[in-house]
Design a binder for this molecule. Structure first.
Ligand code: SF4
Length: 700
């Protein structure tokens, strides 16, 4: 081709928590092209199938371009006046806890910051929760329990520096593909060993040196057994645990029943394979244990994650090159949400809601009239409260709970009865938008400007390269405008740089170094510097240069005594399977779709991977039930029933049915798998157990 290439905008991918850098270009003919950013430390030029198809997803055909009230187009002023008056009315008549925000790991940090500030500091309730509750709340709870702070110790490069990488409950090849590519490259050049722990023989498990197809939710037994083994073969890091860790004798004692035979019985794996895993783990000083939704999305998710952290603390393999536990987040900005405190159980800047001094500090910083004093409603409870009439006004941003929460039909029933529902989204084509009294047109990827944080604590800019279409506006703008109309001061932001600056200043406010999250180096950042901001890892305190950071190799925990806590993990008794629900439903993602498909379904290439809602069922179960190859099966749980195409395969275990969670009434008109999922949650984290609902299947 002739002529110089048009300048590219350096931005980040809006899908998974890897947080790849993307170069987006508007070609002279108006087309947009994307490629991986060779300078971004997360991906160094790589992109996966979803990221490389981003340009195919930019059509405005189904975009929401104007505010609507009751299905009719109105101006922003009228829509926001109504939002403010209905929220104020509910607060006046029923108190601050009668209103709620339900937000998203798709929000940018600036949107998230403003939403949290409005709810916790001005409305005075902690009723702001997020779809991140469905993703990594158990990892957050386990981090806080063990470290005293929600801190991911490692960096992506650890995957390349390890001798052994253990992937637990993670279909890395499909869900975090670029990190998996980095891992495979390191394996080719350095021979990194790979153990995959997953009930399914996924595309990831196919690549493993050892695959342990454990029974659902038997991870805690497996890692308790590992802790017992590490103790017996003398792998306790004596100086490290003596100086920096408490609770290890109790944790080891609690693991005593986890003998090889007991673990084999609990997991359904052979004692020989388990022994091999334990020996590999004990023998590798540089070991990284990656854990993701298979660990977190469980009614015992916090304990499962704790059992993993225990093994790393016990051996001192934490925050060292190639040695760390590593929670990998699903969404592009789950980590940014954690920074701003956008969860019902957190405050702001990683400060604790339970800490009165922290509450007073944040309130003083905000100059706010109120501060939430106790945790708010977590995602599943929030929608139960809506259903029970306790929440009178609800604002949902950038997420589709009518399809994505467990027991999703009940969530739809809740939304139908809620007196006032506001939905901010880029399209009205979602099952949630159907229940909105007010629809607000949000800015989409490519139009909005802000920051995101990936799974290794790296903060990157997401930049606009397209104009705002119609009357679409960023979420922070709509939130700040509504807050001003509610009479709140402190929401006159001229742009995302001003919000980021305030967020950075709060992280450094009266921070003597005891609080891990500190990005004070950016507390005076101007618009131009913000525009040019290069990816950096937190912390970056005032006066410090950007550099890659690990935590905890020298102790430095945020607990009151400065030591990490190993917590004894009790293994749950096996659940007796009901005769009418003899199978277990396991849900998850597929390689080429994202969430409820509002963006990825626009790409014909991505739709070609799997064209319709389906479930995987084991050949023995299919034969017993009379399910024909490619036949239709009805999968039923206590919550509901859906029809799915049967994919008969021994990738899924006997007795288990796997179904992806993407399809819904807007795409395919069927297959809303989350309508089947049990609303039971982990008692500590409030995260639902998407991976295990008892079910039955029958030919249709
Ligand atoms: Fe986007 Fe994740 Fe793929 Fe990277 S790995 S391109 S962040 S979906």
């Amino acid at each position: 081709g002739g002529g110089p290439a048009p300048p590219a905008t350096r931005t980040t991918c809006p899908y998974c928590g890897v947080g790849c850098g993307v170069l987006a270009r508007r070609e002279p003919d108006g087309r947009v092209t994307v490629q991986g950013d060779p300078n971004h430390p997360a991906n160094r030029g790589r992109l996966c199938s979803k990221g490389s198809a981003l340009a195919e997803t930019l059509s405005l055909a189904d975009r929401l371009l104007h505010p609507q009230v009751g299905g009719r187009r109105v101006g922003w002023d009228d829509a926001l006046d109504l939002v403010a008056s209905r929220f104020k009315q509910a607060i006046r008549e029923h108190g601050p806890d009668s209103v709620a925000f339900y937000v998203s790991g798709q929000l940018l940090t600036e949107d998230y910051y403003v939403a949290n500030k409005v709810m916790k500091g001005f409305i005075g309730s902690a009723n702001i929760d997020t779809n991140s509750r469905l993703c990594m709340a158990s990892a957050v709870a386990a981090h806080r329990r063990a470290f005293g702070s929600d801190t991911v110790p490692g960096v992506y490069a650890d995957l390349e520096e390890a001798e052994l990488v253990v992937l637990v409950g993670s279909n890395f090849a499909w869900c975090h593909p670029v990190l998996f590519q980095r891992l495979l490259a390191a394996r080719a050049s350095r021979g990194v060993r790979l153990v995959v722990i997953d009930p399914r023989r996924t595309a990831t498990a196919e690549q493993a040196d050892l695959h342990l197809p454990i029974a659902a939710d038997s991870d805690a037994a497996l890692f308790n057994g590992l802790l017992r083994h590490l103790d017996r073969v003398g792998k306790r890091d004596v100086p490290y645990t003596d100086a920096h860790v408490t609770g290890w004798p109790e944790a080891v004692a609690a693991a005593a029943p986890a003998t090889l035979e007991a673990v084999a019985a609990a997991t359904g794996c052979s004692a020989q394979d388990i022994a091999r895993f334990y020996a590999e783990f004990a023998g590798a000083d540089r070991v990284v244990t990656v854990f993701s939704q298979g660990v977190n999305q469980s009614v015992s998710g916090t304990d499962k994650a704790t059992a993993i952290l225990n093994c790393h603390l016990f051996t001192g393999r934490i925050g060292k090159p190639g040695a760390s536990p590593f929670s990998i987040t699903g969404q592009p900005n789950a980590m940014g949400g954690r920074e701003v405190g956008g969860l019902a159980t957190m405050l702001a800047a990683h400060m604790d809601l339970e800490d009165a001094a922290a509450r007073e500090r944040v309130q003083r910083f905000w100059g706010s009239p109120a501060i939430a004093t106790r945790p708010g409603l977590k995602a599943v409870e929030l929608f139960s409260a809506v259903r029970e009439g306790r929440v009178k006004a609800l604002w949902i941003m950038a997420t589709n709970p009518a399809d994505s929460l467990p027991d999703a039909d009940e969530v739809q029933a809740a939304l139908r009865t809620c007196p006032f529902v506001v939905v901010s989204d880029v399209t009205a084509r979602t099952d949630t938008a159907r229940f909105a009294h007010v629809l607000l047109p949000a800015a989409a990827w490519g139009e909005k400007n802000g920051a995101v944080t990936n799974s290794e604590r790296r903060i990157s800019r997401q930049r606009a390269f397209l104009p705002l279409p119609g009357e679409a506006r960023p979420d922070w703008w709509a939130l700040a405008a509504a807050a001003r109309r509610m009479g709140f001061a402190g929401f006159d932001y001229e742009g995302p740089a001003a919000i980021f600056r305030e967020h950075a200043a709060l992280s450094a406010f009266e921070n003597d170094g005891a609080r891990a999250f500190d990005i004070g180096a950016h507390d005076a950042i101007g618009a131009a510097a913000y525009d040019a901001l290069a990816p950096f890892q937190w912390p970056q305190r005032r006066g410090e240069p950007a550099r890659d950071t690990r935590f905890f190799s020298e102790g430095e925990f945020s607990t009151p005594d400065g030591r990490a806590r190993m917590t004894p993990v009790a293994v749950l008794a096996a659940v007796a399977q009901r005769a009418d629900f003899p199978l277990t439903l396991n849900t998850g993602r597929i390689r080429d779709q994202w969430h409820t498909m509002t963006r990825t379904a626009k790409s014909p290439r991505l739709m070609a991977h799997y064209g319709e809602p389906f479930c995987e069922i084991h050949p023995a179960d299919a034969a017993r039930l009379g399910v024909a190859p490619d036949g239709i099966v009805r999968v039923t749980t206590e919550q509901g029933s859906v029809l799915l195409r049967a994919l008969i395969t021994d990738r899924t275990a006997r007795g288990s049915v796997f179904a992806p969670m993407h399809w819904n009434d807007q795409f395919a008109g069927a297959g809303r798998v989350n309508a089947l999922v049990s609303p039971a949650t982990d008692p500590v984290s409030g995260q639902p157990g998407f991976k295990r609902t008892t079910c039955r299947a029958e030919p249709f």
